[in-house]
Design a protein around this ligand. Structure first.
Ligand code: WTA
Length: 679
């Protein structure tokens, strides 16, 4: 098979015990200076609280020490940070020049060329591929040379539409090596959504695969790219890697990737980039219809992902780190690719699904690959829990040391099952809170303190350098404990996003202006009596479906394009497995005679085509009108209570213009549920 070029150059010779677990169950023990050597730079002997205090009070000393010791610089930085959250300027490690690909590859090749960098757990069950640091460097260099030869330059945006596979990782790193800016688009997005992102990023280059494989099914990714490219006149070249043996139609724009790579040299000069040059854009949903291209820069992001990866998961050399997120999301960027590779770790690239070929897939993978840290999403845990304990228990999970959770709140039942069944009560579970915007984990139970108490289903403690604050709706800082408020962060940290691509004003309006002087996360949180943080859900119109972030306005924009729809309101409702689902209320235009059921299937088809399958509303309810205030604003909180089946708690309705309409909607909702459940 030609497509894994590097493997044809180097034999697959890594004995399994080179990367198998060191089977210590306890978190690192010993003084903090052994745990974090940079702590020795500070005068007092320190416990976690002391070190955390230093991290937020002596920002320059703390991050400066880490920046110097954990990153390889081409030119050293002269200023650790220069940030003003009021003004929207955030710069870290000024004057420094580096190359992220060198930090993730070359320096490890120098030390241990045959160490396994990636274990690709392919969709096909039981078929892993191991890629060493040397092989990954060669792939990256050949790919970087190919991009350059075809005209890709420093600063160009390159769209990557690929499943989790080594060529995708090499594509990201090749961009980093030559100074291009990658924008990975999750391979579940439709052609329209892909086109929208290509247009916004003004990408002239796309990298894709002929076909993907997911859960045993072929996914025609190249075909989706063909459709997207028709809408994107700026695209000049499409590199096509061969994930399957199938030949797909190729046009003038298309370049067979492996064939071109074969012609290239295995070395590629890394470009010296400024700390604040852009590393990548990643699109995510917000409360308006248009996705935002969040920008992460080089040094701060890399350092922050590496440090969080090391301390939150207590990662040690020789461990096999298994984050099962797709590389199309920020979790895949930070904890499949950049964090683990910067640390010289062995990282698993998981291409399949939790239930293919059966619900034992994750745990069979843990057994076969001897995974030490497993990092997954609550939606998958909730799903697997329903299949019972046997699927877990039949596999040996004794390699596991830490279990992580990310992307959405994990409920206590799922947390306990994860802890007691998956981890046999032996592995700490770390519920990690963070966002595409934060770059890396910000709140997590054990950010550095071995043996610290962990409470179920709570993110608990801020990571180094993160100072969370809770604010009320008038902008007052809530200083006491046992209180809830809007979660904000009161000082800049190295991993935070710097801007929204081409729209800094939107960045400021969304994150920095709601509470001047603070970064506003959009999430609510509760601070317990002991000062621990627990996330309570989004405060804006963003919902979380199976761990995928979606703006209800995005869905409304699509639904409103249907000829029969006069007006719509899409609301998130609680879903047992997915966490949340989308529920659409529709007012039809006069003269349309479409049944609710038919309209539902047409709208579901439309949303799947324009955004992605997972975004399609599960319920579509036709209403005569939507509940509005007298000034004409849709009362979304009323609809929210109805879809949560809490119609008795509608609250203050004095501003409602038509009470009859609410009664009708409650009735319609009951009927729809009855029809759907057949009761
Ligand atoms: C939610 C994913 C509760 C939250 C890394 C956040 C969580 C959004 C947690 C970001 C958690 C993430 N507990 N909620 N541990 N982790 N979230 O950008 O609402 O895809 O704002 O980043 O997911 O989603 P994103």
């Amino acid at each position: 098979m030609a497509w894994l070029l590097a493997r044809t150059c180097f034999p697959k010779t890594i004995p399994r015990d080179r990367f198998s677990s060191c089977k210590t169950r306890a978190w690192s023990k010993g003084p903090l200076t052994a745990y974090m050597p940079e702590a020795a730079a500070f005068p007092e002997p320190m416990d976690h609280q002391g070190l955390y205090q230093v991290s937020v009070e002596q920002t320059d000393a703390f991050w400066g020490a880490l920046g110097r010791s954990r990153i390889m610089w081409i030119n050293p930085f002269h200023t650790v940070h220069c940030c003003d959250l009021q003004q929207g300027h955030m710069s870290w490690f000024l004057g420094g020049q580096l190359n992220v690909a060198v930090n993730c590859l070359d320096r490890h090749v120098h030390k241990a060329p045959n160490k396994v960098a990636l274990i690709w757990e392919k969709d096909e069950p039981g078929q892993e591929d191991q890629i060493t640091y040397r092989e990954l460097l060669e792939m990256t260099c050949r790919l970087g040379n190919t991009l350059k030869r075809q005209g890709v330059k420093k600063g160009d945006r390159v769209a990557i539409y690929m499943p989790s596979c080594p060529m995708a990782v090499a594509s990201m790193l090749a961009c980093a090596r030559i100074g291009a800016i990658h924008t990975v688009v999750f391979a579940g997005f439709s052609s329209v959504a892909l086109a929208e992102r290509i247009q916004d990023a003004q990408s002239e280059t796309v990298i894709t695969v002929n076909q993907g494989l997911r859960g045993g099914k072929v996914v025609q990714l190249k075909k989706t790219v063909d459709e997207a490219v028709k809408l994107c006149p700026m695209v000049k070249r499409v590199f096509v890697s061969k994930r399957t043996e199938e030949n797909v139609p190729m046009s003038d724009l298309d370049i067979p990737l492996e064939e071109e790579m074969m012609k290239e040299d295995v070395t590629c000069e890394p470009v010296a980039l400024e700390s604040e040059d852009f590393l990548f854009l990643l699109y995510t949903s917000g409360s308006t219809g248009k996705p935002k291209g969040l920008v992460h820069s080089q040094a701060g992001y890399l350092l922050y992902t590496a440090i969080t990866h090391k301390y939150v998961f207590d990662y040690h050399d020789g461990d096999v780190f298994g984050c099962v997120a797709d590389i199309g999301w920020i979790t895949g960027h930070s904890y499949v690719v950049y964090g683990p590779l910067c640390n010289g770790g062995t990282t698993v690239l998981f291409e399949s699904t939790p239930v293919y070929p059966n619900p034992g897939r994750y745990w069979e993978t843990v057994e076969r690959l001897k995974i030490n840290q497993f990092y997954g999403a609550p939606t998958a845990i909730r799903l697997l829990l329903r299949y019972g304990d046997d699927w877990v228990k039949k596999y040996d999970r004794s390699s596991l040391k830490i279990l992580g959770s990310v992307g959405e709140p994990i409920d206590t039942e799922a947390w306990k099952w994860y802890f007691s069944v998956v981890g046999d009560g032996q592995c700490p579970v770390v519920d990690t809170w963070w966002q595409t915007e934060t770059g890396g984990i910000c709140i997590s139970p054990r950010p550095s303190n071995p043996g610290a108490e962990i409470l179920p289903a709570m993110a608990m403690r801020p990571f180094f350098g993160i100072s969370p604050s809770l604010l009320d709706d008038k902008g007052n800082v809530l200083t006491q404990n046992d209180i809830s408020g809007a979660l904000c962060i009161s000082q800049a940290w190295p991993g935070m996003a710097r801007t929204i691509y081409n729209d800094h004003q939107r960045f400021r309006e969304t994150y920095l202006m709601p509470y001047p002087g603070y970064f506003y996360t959009g999430d609510g949180a509760y601070r317990s009596n002991k000062g621990y943080y627990q996330l309570t859900g989004r405060l804006d119109d963003v919902i979380n479906v199976s761990g995928h972030r979606l703006g209800t306005a995005e869905i409304e924009d699509v639904v409103n394009k249907h000829g029969a729809v006069a007006e719509s309101a899409v609301i998130g409702y609680p879903h047992e497995i997915k966490g949340e689902g989308a529920y659409a209320f529709i007012v039809m235009k006069k003269g349309f005679n479409l049944s609710q059921k038919n309209l539902a299937s047409e709208l579901q088809g439309l949303v799947s085509k324009q955004i992605a399958k997972y975004a399609a509303p599960e319920y579509v309810q036709v209403a005569r009108r939507l509940p509005k205030t007298r000034s004409g604003k849709i009362m979304r909180r009323v609809l929210k209570k109805i879809v949560e089946n809490k119609a008795e708690e509608l609250g203050d309705l004095t501003t409602l213009d038509d009470h009859e309409v609410v009664k009708e909607i409650i009735e319609g909702h009951k009927q729809l549920l009855q029809e759907e459940t057949g009761q």
